[in-house]
Design a protein around this ligand. Structure first.
Ligand code: C2E
Ligand code: CA
Ligand code: CA
Ligand code: CA
Length: 279
Protein backbone atom coordinates (compact mmCIF):
# COMPACT_ATOMS: atom_id res chain seq x y z
CA UNK A 1 0.00 0.00 0.00
CA UNK A 2 2.84 2.35 0.71
CA UNK A 3 5.04 3.10 -2.19
CA UNK A 4 8.24 4.86 -1.51
CA UNK A 5 9.61 7.05 -4.25
CA UNK A 6 12.60 8.43 -2.51
CA UNK A 7 12.47 10.59 0.53
CA UNK A 8 9.36 12.66 1.02
CA UNK A 9 7.50 11.07 -1.87
CA UNK A 10 4.90 8.63 -0.77
CA UNK A 11 1.65 7.51 -2.18
CA UNK A 12 -0.93 6.71 0.34
CA UNK A 13 -4.39 5.42 0.25
CA UNK A 14 -6.87 7.26 2.28
CA UNK A 15 -9.96 5.43 3.45
CA UNK A 16 -12.17 8.41 4.17
CA UNK A 17 -11.60 10.22 0.93
CA UNK A 18 -11.42 7.04 -1.07
CA UNK A 19 -8.76 8.51 -3.22
CA UNK A 20 -5.06 8.29 -3.76
CA UNK A 21 -3.05 11.24 -2.68
CA UNK A 22 0.47 11.74 -3.81
CA UNK A 23 1.63 14.74 -1.97
CA UNK A 24 3.77 13.74 0.85
CA UNK A 25 5.10 16.96 1.94
CA UNK A 26 1.51 17.69 2.90
CA UNK A 27 1.25 14.50 4.89
CA UNK A 28 4.51 15.28 6.60
CA UNK A 29 3.26 18.73 7.54
CA UNK A 30 0.00 17.29 8.82
CA UNK A 31 1.84 14.71 10.93
CA UNK A 32 4.05 17.40 12.42
CA UNK A 33 0.98 19.42 13.36
CA UNK A 34 -0.75 16.34 14.74
CA UNK A 35 2.18 15.76 17.08
CA UNK A 36 2.20 19.40 18.19
CA UNK A 37 -1.54 19.43 18.75
CA UNK A 38 -1.48 16.08 20.52
CA UNK A 39 -3.84 14.46 18.02
CA UNK A 40 -2.31 11.00 18.01
CA UNK A 41 -4.17 8.41 20.04
CA UNK A 42 -3.27 5.01 21.43
CA UNK A 43 -5.50 1.98 21.05
CA UNK A 44 -4.89 -1.25 22.91
CA UNK A 45 -5.22 -4.84 21.76
CA UNK A 46 -5.49 -7.67 24.30
CA UNK A 47 -3.27 -10.74 24.31
CA UNK A 48 -5.12 -13.76 25.63
CA UNK A 49 -3.38 -16.41 27.71
CA UNK A 50 -4.11 -19.81 26.15
CA UNK A 51 -4.13 -21.64 29.45
CA UNK A 52 -6.53 -19.58 31.52
CA UNK A 53 -8.11 -17.21 29.00
CA UNK A 54 -6.93 -14.17 30.91
CA UNK A 55 -6.03 -10.86 29.30
CA UNK A 56 -3.30 -9.15 31.29
CA UNK A 57 -1.11 -7.95 28.45
CA UNK A 58 -2.06 -5.39 25.84
CA UNK A 59 -0.23 -3.97 22.85
CA UNK A 60 -0.38 -0.20 22.38
CA UNK A 61 -0.98 0.78 18.75
CA UNK A 62 -1.00 4.31 17.36
CA UNK A 63 -4.03 5.79 15.65
CA UNK A 64 -4.16 9.04 13.71
CA UNK A 65 -7.20 10.74 12.28
CA UNK A 66 -6.34 13.71 10.16
CA UNK A 67 -8.97 16.45 9.73
CA UNK A 68 -8.58 16.44 5.98
CA UNK A 69 -7.42 12.94 5.06
CA UNK A 70 -9.27 10.93 7.69
CA UNK A 71 -7.76 7.82 9.27
CA UNK A 72 -4.21 7.17 8.20
CA UNK A 73 -2.71 3.77 8.91
CA UNK A 74 0.44 3.49 11.04
CA UNK A 75 1.80 1.36 8.19
CA UNK A 76 1.85 4.65 6.27
CA UNK A 77 2.84 7.26 8.82
CA UNK A 78 5.33 5.23 10.88
CA UNK A 79 7.67 4.73 7.88
CA UNK A 80 7.27 8.43 7.08
CA UNK A 81 8.05 9.29 10.68
CA UNK A 82 11.11 7.03 10.54
CA UNK A 83 12.43 8.71 7.39
CA UNK A 84 11.92 12.22 8.68
CA UNK A 85 13.16 11.59 12.21
CA UNK A 86 9.74 12.43 13.67
CA UNK A 87 9.67 8.90 15.08
CA UNK A 88 11.76 10.06 18.03
CA UNK A 89 9.19 12.56 19.27
CA UNK A 90 6.31 10.22 18.38
CA UNK A 91 8.05 7.32 20.10
CA UNK A 92 8.70 9.35 23.23
CA UNK A 93 5.09 10.49 23.24
CA UNK A 94 4.00 6.82 23.08
CA UNK A 95 6.30 5.85 25.96
CA UNK A 96 5.11 8.72 28.14
CA UNK A 97 1.42 8.16 27.29
CA UNK A 98 1.63 4.48 28.11
CA UNK A 99 3.35 5.14 31.45
CA UNK A 100 0.74 7.77 32.29
CA UNK A 101 -2.04 5.33 31.37
CA UNK A 102 -0.55 2.57 33.52
CA UNK A 103 -0.45 4.98 36.47
CA UNK A 104 -4.13 5.76 35.90
CA UNK A 105 -4.93 2.06 35.91
CA UNK A 106 -2.92 1.53 39.11
CA UNK A 107 -5.04 4.24 40.71
CA UNK A 108 -8.15 2.28 39.75
CA UNK A 109 -6.74 -0.83 41.38
CA UNK A 110 -5.62 -2.51 38.20
CA UNK A 111 -1.99 -3.34 38.73
CA UNK A 112 -1.32 -6.77 37.24
CA UNK A 113 -1.13 -5.60 33.65
CA UNK A 114 1.61 -5.25 31.09
CA UNK A 115 1.58 -2.90 28.10
CA UNK A 116 3.69 -3.63 25.04
CA UNK A 117 5.19 -0.67 23.20
CA UNK A 118 6.50 -0.91 19.64
CA UNK A 119 10.01 0.48 19.40
CA UNK A 120 11.16 1.31 15.89
CA UNK A 121 14.76 0.65 14.77
CA UNK A 122 15.62 4.37 14.72
CA UNK A 123 14.46 4.71 18.31
CA UNK A 124 16.61 1.78 19.38
CA UNK A 125 19.69 3.44 17.99
CA UNK A 126 19.07 6.61 19.87
CA UNK A 127 21.20 7.05 23.01
CA UNK A 128 18.39 8.70 24.92
CA UNK A 129 16.00 5.75 24.81
CA UNK A 130 16.93 4.03 28.06
CA UNK A 131 17.31 7.23 30.11
CA UNK A 132 13.96 8.44 28.77
CA UNK A 133 12.17 5.20 29.68
CA UNK A 134 13.79 5.32 33.10
CA UNK A 135 12.67 8.91 33.57
CA UNK A 136 9.06 8.04 32.67
CA UNK A 137 9.04 5.04 35.00
CA UNK A 138 10.09 7.36 37.82
CA UNK A 139 7.84 10.26 36.83
CA UNK A 140 4.71 8.07 36.84
CA UNK A 141 5.97 5.79 39.57
CA UNK A 142 5.19 2.59 37.71
CA UNK A 143 6.57 -0.90 38.04
CA UNK A 144 8.96 -1.65 35.11
CA UNK A 145 7.39 -5.10 34.88
CA UNK A 146 4.23 -3.35 33.62
CA UNK A 147 6.19 -2.46 30.50
CA UNK A 148 7.12 -4.53 27.49
CA UNK A 149 9.01 -3.44 24.42
CA UNK A 150 8.60 -5.02 21.01
CA UNK A 151 11.56 -4.87 18.69
CA UNK A 152 12.02 -6.38 15.26
CA UNK A 153 14.73 -8.81 14.23
CA UNK A 154 16.32 -6.18 12.01
CA UNK A 155 17.68 -4.23 14.95
CA UNK A 156 19.62 -7.27 16.18
CA UNK A 157 22.07 -6.86 13.32
CA UNK A 158 23.73 -3.97 15.12
CA UNK A 159 24.90 -6.30 17.85
CA UNK A 160 27.38 -3.98 19.48
CA UNK A 161 24.96 -1.08 19.64
CA UNK A 162 21.85 -2.96 20.61
CA UNK A 163 23.18 -5.42 23.19
CA UNK A 164 23.95 -2.86 25.94
CA UNK A 165 20.54 -1.20 25.41
CA UNK A 166 18.68 -4.50 25.74
CA UNK A 167 20.67 -5.50 28.81
CA UNK A 168 19.91 -2.17 30.47
CA UNK A 169 16.19 -2.50 29.74
CA UNK A 170 16.25 -6.07 31.02
CA UNK A 171 18.06 -4.95 34.16
CA UNK A 172 15.31 -2.43 34.80
CA UNK A 173 12.84 -5.32 34.67
CA UNK A 174 11.25 -4.55 31.33
CA UNK A 175 9.96 -7.46 29.25
CA UNK A 176 11.53 -7.74 25.80
CA UNK A 177 9.86 -9.44 22.88
CA UNK A 178 10.75 -9.95 19.24
CA UNK A 179 8.02 -8.72 16.91
CA UNK A 180 7.27 -10.18 13.47
CA UNK A 181 9.45 -13.15 14.39
CA UNK A 182 10.55 -15.19 11.39
CA UNK A 183 10.40 -12.43 8.80
CA UNK A 184 13.68 -10.62 9.42
CA UNK A 185 16.20 -12.73 7.47
CA UNK A 186 18.05 -12.82 10.73
CA UNK A 187 20.44 -15.32 12.22
CA UNK A 188 19.05 -16.93 15.37
CA UNK A 189 22.27 -16.21 17.14
CA UNK A 190 20.82 -13.26 19.00
CA UNK A 191 18.37 -15.52 20.82
CA UNK A 192 21.17 -16.94 22.93
CA UNK A 193 23.08 -13.71 23.38
CA UNK A 194 20.35 -11.17 24.06
CA UNK A 195 17.98 -11.08 27.03
CA UNK A 196 14.83 -11.88 25.07
CA UNK A 197 11.68 -12.90 26.95
CA UNK A 198 9.19 -13.56 24.18
CA UNK A 199 8.62 -14.23 20.49
CA UNK A 200 5.71 -12.92 18.46
CA UNK A 201 5.04 -15.19 15.50
CA UNK A 202 4.39 -12.96 12.52
CA UNK A 203 0.83 -12.86 11.27
CA UNK A 204 1.90 -13.87 7.77
CA UNK A 205 2.50 -17.41 9.13
CA UNK A 206 -0.75 -17.49 11.07
CA UNK A 207 -2.92 -16.33 8.19
CA UNK A 208 -2.96 -19.66 6.35
CA UNK A 209 -1.99 -21.89 9.21
CA UNK A 210 -5.01 -24.13 8.56
CA UNK A 211 -4.54 -24.53 4.81
CA UNK A 212 -0.81 -24.25 4.22
CA UNK A 213 1.33 -27.08 5.58
CA UNK A 214 4.46 -25.00 5.48
CA UNK A 215 2.95 -22.20 7.51
CA UNK A 216 1.71 -24.78 9.99
CA UNK A 217 5.15 -26.39 10.21
CA UNK A 218 6.94 -23.06 10.64
CA UNK A 219 4.51 -21.98 13.35
CA UNK A 220 4.79 -25.26 15.27
CA UNK A 221 8.57 -25.12 15.02
CA UNK A 222 8.74 -21.54 16.31
CA UNK A 223 6.59 -22.57 19.27
CA UNK A 224 8.94 -25.49 20.03
CA UNK A 225 11.99 -23.33 19.57
CA UNK A 226 10.61 -20.73 21.95
CA UNK A 227 9.62 -23.30 24.52
CA UNK A 228 12.98 -25.04 24.54
CA UNK A 229 14.69 -21.70 24.99
CA UNK A 230 12.37 -20.81 27.85
CA UNK A 231 10.68 -18.01 25.91
CA UNK A 232 7.03 -17.08 25.84
CA UNK A 233 5.48 -17.45 22.40
CA UNK A 234 2.56 -15.39 21.15
CA UNK A 235 0.74 -15.68 17.84
CA UNK A 236 -0.66 -12.55 16.25
CA UNK A 237 -3.25 -11.97 13.57
CA UNK A 238 -5.50 -14.74 14.88
CA UNK A 239 -8.96 -14.31 13.40
CA UNK A 240 -10.67 -17.70 13.56
CA UNK A 241 -11.66 -20.21 16.19
CA UNK A 242 -9.90 -23.05 14.35
CA UNK A 243 -6.66 -21.07 14.42
CA UNK A 244 -7.05 -20.73 18.18
CA UNK A 245 -7.54 -24.49 18.50
CA UNK A 246 -4.49 -25.21 16.35
CA UNK A 247 -2.29 -22.84 18.31
CA UNK A 248 -3.52 -24.03 21.68
CA UNK A 249 -2.82 -27.65 20.69
CA UNK A 250 0.63 -26.67 19.49
CA UNK A 251 1.36 -25.22 22.93
CA UNK A 252 1.35 -21.53 22.09
CA UNK A 253 1.28 -19.39 25.25
CA UNK A 254 -0.71 -16.36 24.12
CA UNK A 255 -2.90 -15.26 21.26
CA UNK A 256 -3.57 -11.81 19.84
CA UNK A 257 -5.96 -11.02 17.02
CA UNK A 258 -9.35 -9.92 15.79
CA UNK A 259 -10.84 -13.23 16.98
CA UNK A 260 -10.70 -11.87 20.51
CA UNK A 261 -10.60 -8.16 19.86
CA UNK A 262 -9.37 -5.48 17.50
CA UNK A 263 -7.24 -2.73 19.00
CA UNK A 264 -9.72 -0.58 20.96
CA UNK A 265 -9.71 2.76 22.79
CA UNK A 266 -9.10 2.97 26.54
CA UNK A 267 -12.73 3.32 27.64
CA UNK A 268 -13.75 0.23 25.70
CA UNK A 269 -10.77 -1.70 26.98
CA UNK A 270 -11.68 -0.87 30.55
CA UNK A 271 -15.27 -1.97 29.98
CA UNK A 272 -14.43 -5.19 28.20
CA UNK A 273 -11.17 -6.45 29.61
CA UNK A 274 -10.23 -4.79 32.85
CA UNK A 275 -12.36 -6.51 35.45
CA UNK A 276 -15.15 -4.24 36.65
CA UNK A 277 -14.84 -5.44 40.25
CA UNK A 278 -11.39 -3.89 40.35
CA UNK A 279 -12.56 -0.47 39.27
P1 C2E B 1 2.66 -4.62 14.33
O1 C2E B 1 3.46 -4.15 15.49
O2 C2E B 1 3.06 -5.92 13.71
O3 C2E B 1 1.16 -4.65 14.86
C1 C2E B 1 0.20 -5.60 14.49
C2 C2E B 1 -0.74 -5.04 13.46
O4 C2E B 1 -1.68 -6.06 13.11
C3 C2E B 1 -1.58 -3.89 13.95
O5 C2E B 1 -1.83 -3.05 12.84
C4 C2E B 1 -2.88 -4.56 14.38
O6 C2E B 1 -4.00 -3.71 14.39
C5 C2E B 1 -2.99 -5.61 13.32
N1 C2E B 1 -3.78 -6.77 13.74
C6 C2E B 1 -3.98 -7.23 14.99
N2 C2E B 1 -4.75 -8.35 14.98
C7 C2E B 1 -5.04 -8.60 13.69
C8 C2E B 1 -5.81 -9.62 13.02
O7 C2E B 1 -6.37 -10.53 13.63
N3 C2E B 1 -5.87 -9.56 11.65
C9 C2E B 1 -5.25 -8.58 10.95
N4 C2E B 1 -5.36 -8.60 9.62
N5 C2E B 1 -4.51 -7.60 11.54
C10 C2E B 1 -4.42 -7.62 12.89
P2 C2E B 1 -1.74 -1.47 12.96
O8 C2E B 1 -2.29 -1.03 14.28
O9 C2E B 1 -2.32 -0.90 11.71
O10 C2E B 1 -0.18 -1.18 13.00
C11 C2E B 1 0.64 -1.47 11.90
C12 C2E B 1 2.09 -1.36 12.26
O11 C2E B 1 2.44 -0.01 12.56
C13 C2E B 1 2.47 -2.16 13.50
O12 C2E B 1 2.65 -3.52 13.16
C14 C2E B 1 3.75 -1.47 13.90
O13 C2E B 1 4.83 -1.93 13.13
C15 C2E B 1 3.46 -0.02 13.53
N6 C2E B 1 3.04 0.72 14.73
C16 C2E B 1 1.80 0.88 15.27
N7 C2E B 1 1.86 1.62 16.40
C17 C2E B 1 3.16 1.92 16.60
C18 C2E B 1 3.89 2.67 17.60
O14 C2E B 1 3.35 3.18 18.60
N8 C2E B 1 5.25 2.77 17.41
C19 C2E B 1 5.90 2.20 16.35
N9 C2E B 1 7.23 2.35 16.26
N10 C2E B 1 5.25 1.49 15.41
C20 C2E B 1 3.91 1.35 15.54
CA1 CA C 1 4.01 -5.02 17.39
CA1 CA D 1 3.89 -7.82 14.57
CA1 CA E 1 4.12 -5.49 11.21
Amino acid sequence: RVKEKGRAHYQFYCTDMNSVITNVVTLETHLRKAIEKNELVLYYQPQINCENGEAKCFEALLRWKDHEFGHISPDVFIPLAEDTGMIISIGNWVIESVCKQIKTWYEKGIDDIRIAINISPKQMNQPNLVPFIQLMIEKYNINPSSLEIEITEGVMHDTREVAPILFKLKQLGIYISVDDFGTGFSSLNYLKRFPIDGLKIDQSFIKEILSDEKDAAITTTIIHLGKSLGLEVIAEGVEEKEQVTFLRNAGCHKIQGYYFSKPIPVDELEKMFLCSSQM
